[in-house]
Design a protein around this ligand. Structure first.
Ligand code: 48C
Length: 291
């Protein structure tokens, strides 16, 4: 009979919760993941026993290929350490994908895709590409998908605590804002439209995920909405991020990642930010975006 691992750690306290400075749970009982609100060892052991593989999707099209080396090197140091990871790299220039030493259980899968003249188009097409490959390939290879921007670097641990059926990430520029000032799409002509009296949070387009099935449903719906908008001659104010936010209003995420999981140091360093796990890499938009 296997000897159960002893469960030795500080017992949770019903009174005096670990964080009284931030919201830890949404009205629909989805946890918001902040440092100090969970026991990583417990979660990590649960996932180790399940032998889970996670797919990390990233698009490095045209000049954005320059971000890939640091992205992958920092992911090797901080992302799902000790677990199996498939890096799904979508690019129009496979031969420029840098070779990075990978730890055991981790592999790079390069998926060649076409580029487009406008960066907005490239950004939006991610919904089409992720839904297509989720159905054709990812469903057979991984349990979870984590879909992120490439002009980023990992700066601290990002582990299994982020995994859930469907998760989104708070956008760092709107965490203290009222819903009326969220930059949702406000034109009823767009499929991404959200009325001023609806919506919970403003989610960032650069970090979402979940089970392959849930990510497939989300990306398929967002892509269909993008196509419909295009037919009607309209493009949502923040492209696929607008459609993601619309989706999350009516299909609530089962977990929300805090500001720790997507931060930009140009926004300063509020007290509530105890860890900066995934950081924007400053870029000269003009020099990079439409090359
Ligand atoms: O890969 C590219 N190439 C481009 O020319 C423009 C965007 N993209 C992908 O779309 C990158 O993965 C970007 O991270 C993502 C859109 N996100 C951004 O440009 C900033 N993070 C807002």
């Amino acid at each position: 009979m296997c000897r159960k691992k002893r469960m030795i750690y500080k017992n949770p306290q019903v009174l005096n919760p670990p964080r009284n400075d931030v919201l830890m749970m949404t009205p629909w009982f989805a946890p918001i993941v902040w440092e100090g609100t969970y026991n990583f060892e417990i979660l990590n052991e649960q996932f180790r026993q399940r032998n889970v593989t996670t797919g990390l999707t990233v698009f490095a099209i045209k000049k954005y290929i320059v971000f890939l080396k640091q992205f992958l090197e920092t992911a090797e140091t901080y992302f799902m350490v000790g677990h199996k990871v498939n890096y799904y790299i979508f690019t129009d220039r496979p031969q420029e994908v840098p070779s990075v030493a990978l730890k055991e259980g981790r592999k790079i899968v390069v998926l060649q895709v076409q580029n487009y003249p406008r960066w907005q188009e490239i950004s939006m097409r991610r919904m089409e590409m992720i839904s297509h490959f989720s159905q054709q390939q990812f469903i057979n290879e991984v349990s979870y998908l984590v879909c992120v921007d490439v002009d980023m670097r990992f700066n601290d641990q990002v582990g299994v605590e982020i995994l859930s059926n469907l998760f989104g990430t708070l956008h760092p520029a709107f965490y203290a804002a009222e819903r009326q000032s969220f930059t949702y799409e406000r034109r009823p002509a767009s499929r991404a439209y959200v009325p001023h009296d609806e919506g919970d949070f403003y989610y960032a387009g650069g970090f979402f995920g979940g089970t392959v099935k849930e990510v497939y449903k989300l990306t398929k719906k967002c892509n269909e909405a993008i196509i419909m908008d295009k037919k009607n001659g309209i493009e949502a104010i923040w492209q696929e991020e607008s459609h993601l936010n619309k989706y999350f209003v009516y299909h609530k995420p089962t977990k929300i990642l805090s500001l720790e999981y997507l931060w930009d140091d140009n926004l300063g360093g509020p007290e509530i930010l105890r860890k900066r796990r995934f950081l924007a890499v400053s870029k000269n938009h003009a020099a990079i975006r439409n090359k």
